[in-house]
Design a protein around this ligand. Structure first.
Ligand code: SF4
Length: 70
């Protein structure tokens, strides 16, 4: 599944698409963008209303590269 295929036919998630704190949850017929900050900070909803255009918790994922897996 490519990122483009996830976005096709659905609302663009806005900032969540490139945020370190987001996680895509895929169900049988739908997909949701989960905000991991919601676990520790009540200001952030578990499933933000999309598209997220401004967010105090936004952290560009590219600034926090994940370690490569073997
Ligand atoms: S911190 Fe903001 S931009 Fe990042 S996943 Fe949560 S709601 Fe989306």
């Amino acid at each position: 599944m490519t990122f483009d295929s996830v976005l096709r036919g659905s609302t663009h998630p806005g900032l969540c698409a490139s945020c370190l704190n987001s996680r895509l949850v895929a169900g049988a017929n739908s997909r949701f963008w989960l905000c991991e900050l919601s676990r520790t900070d009540p200001r952030f909803p578990r499933y933000p209303r999309l598209p997220v255009l401004r967010c105090d918790g936004y952290q560009p994922a590219a600034e926090h590269p994940q370690p490569e897996r073997p």
